[in-house]
Design a protein around this ligand. Structure first.
Ligand SMILES: *Cc1c(COP(=O)(O)O)cnc(C)c1O
Length: 473
């Protein structure tokens, strides 16, 4: 064993070999590279102790250089990296939700690369408010009197409850006590805001009389929460917005709605079911509505609060707002995205989230067949390629359980399992995410652009090769 340990080459020799093999490593922070070399050989020492490596020749630098290079490159890569989304889930929270429109990306680049009038009023030369930059646009698109943008929708809900319900009770239907992925739960946010949740009704049915009976002198608001990521079917009843708004007015209480995945666009124009839009919720009588910027709206991460002027103004003065504020990059992307909505047709064509949700099945089938043809050519015998009809999901807590018809490109590798291929594709650069469907690895063209096909082909080739030639320890 000592002989094996002695065979491990000196760090300086390794550093020289690495930079000779890949001159780009010259620019890497030296200390980091040195550390990566050390961790690589630590792993080999573990192999020796565990009896997984018994030959000194295998430990020679020339034998280990490819693995050492891969280890160094992987260790130097940024942790936040682009990935190819072939899952067909348009608003995929784990993959960063909405892809921004080109206009929004350009606005971000401008705001990031220089100074801007974030809090400067260019009319007076005095101090301006970041919150007013996009307010007028939101009001125009939603019919609201006023609006405020914060860090995300969870922050918007927290702020709204903190501002108007702290120390009192908020009435919510038991059918709407939502948990969103990533541990956002309405009852827990409420507790943090210092408001007390007053649940009414049953899981499947809540009636107007349930709300009415729960109102007491501690009640501060009625809250509706959009059941973003689930649907109650069967014996089910919920109170309509106008009915609840009438009750709130009668008892002189505000009515709030957490819409979650809010939009200014009516998706029924692309054949989707009727979901409430931001303008419809305000027209229906909600005093304030909150929604996310990066769900079906198709913009950056943000939480938007829109509604009554005096309420929004009070929230702007709330000290908590300062802690939840959004930055200039968010506001730049949001303004550019909202401007596209001024022309609904333009919004549908230019905002990737809207365009992808509205892609027609015939177009998706054409794209799937074209991609399949390219894959057959590039992958040859390594993989059988077929096209089959299936469904995609909007994701991000919008249109739960709703099937968007699509066509999948399905791969059946010749020598490895579909699961092994899926795992190998997490390791390619960029990683490629798809779907496992009865022992096939499937790609949904809905969430891919054609300029992503070349890296996608390379990722598949690399993964199939890597799976075929497992390297010796
Ligand atoms: C998504 C969602 C949230 C959380 O929004 P974030 O923007 O992720 O903070 C809150 N409420 C509902 C109903 C949602 O769908």
């Amino acid at each position: 064993m000592n002989e094996l340990f002695r065979a491990i080459p000196a760090t300086d020799l390794c550093l020289d070999a690495l930079t000779e093999a890949d001159p780009e490593l010259e620019t890497a922070p030296r200390a980091l590279l040195r550390e990566l070399v050390a961790t690589f050989w630590d792993d080999r020492r573990k192999d020796i102790r565990a009896g997984r490596c018994r030959e000194a020749a295998l430990l020679r630098l020339d034998a280990q250089l490819p693995a050492l290079l891969a280890h160094a490159r992987a260790g130097l890569r940024p942790r936040l990296r682009p990935v190819l989304n072939a899952t067909g889930v348009v608003v995929h929270t784990n993959l960063g939700r909405s892809v921004l429109a080109r206009e929004a990306r350009q606005a971000v680049a401008l705001a990031a690369g220089g100074y801007c009038n974030l809090e400067l009023n260019l009319n007076t030369g005095g101090r301006g408010s970041r919150y007013e930059l996009v307010e007028e646009l939101i009001c125009r698109l939603s019919g609201a009197e006023a609006a405020l943008v914060v860090n995300n929708n969870a922050a918007a809900v927290l702020l709204m409850l903190d501002g108007f319900c702290k120390g009192g009770e908020v009435i919510v239907s038991r059918g709407e006590l939502v948990e969103i992925g990533g541990s956002f739960r309405i009852p827990e946010v409420m507790e943090k805001s210092g408001a007390q949740l007053r649940e009414v009704g049953a899981t499947n049915r809540t009636h107007l009389r349930d709300y009415a009976a729960a109102i007491n002198e501690n009640t501060r608001a009625l809250l509706r929460v959009h059941t973003s990521n689930y649907r109650i079917v069967g014996f089910h009843a919920a109170v309509s917005l106008p009915e609840l708004a009438a009750l709130a007015r009668e008892r002189d209480l505000p009515l709030f709605e957490d819409l979650g995945s809010g939009s200014f666009m009516d998706f029924s124009s692309c054949g989707l079911p009727n979901e409430p839009t931001v303008p419809s919720v305000l027209a229906g009588g909600a005093d304030l509505v909150t929604f996310s910027g990066d769900k079906v709206l198709g913009g950056p991460q943000a939480g938007i609060i829109a509604g009554r002027r005096e309420m929004v103004d009070a929230l702007k003065r709330n000290p908590l707002t300062r802690a939840l504020r959004c930055d200039k990059l968010c506001l730049a992307a949001l303004e550019a995205t909202l401007r596209l909505y001024l022309d609904p047709e333009q919004a549908r064509q230019r905002i990737p989230t809207l365009r992808r949700i509205c892609l027609r099945p015939e177009e998706l089938n054409r794209r799937a067949r074209a991609l399949a043809a390219r894959l057959r050519k590039a992958l040859g015998q390594a993989c059988a390629v077929s096209v089959r009809p299936d469904v995609s999901r909007v994701g991000g807590g919008a249109f739960p359980q709703y099937d968007l018809p699509t066509s999948l490109v399905c791969l059946k590798p010749a020598r490895i399992s579909a699961t092994a291929l899926k795992n190998a594709l997490l390791d390619t650069d960029p990683p490629l995410l798809g779907r496992l469907e009865d022992d096939h690895f499937c790609l949904d063209p809905r969430t891919l652009e054609s300029n992503e096909y070349p890296p996608l082909l390379r990722a598949l080739q690399t993964a199939l090769q890597a799976a075929d030639t497992p390297h010796a320890p």
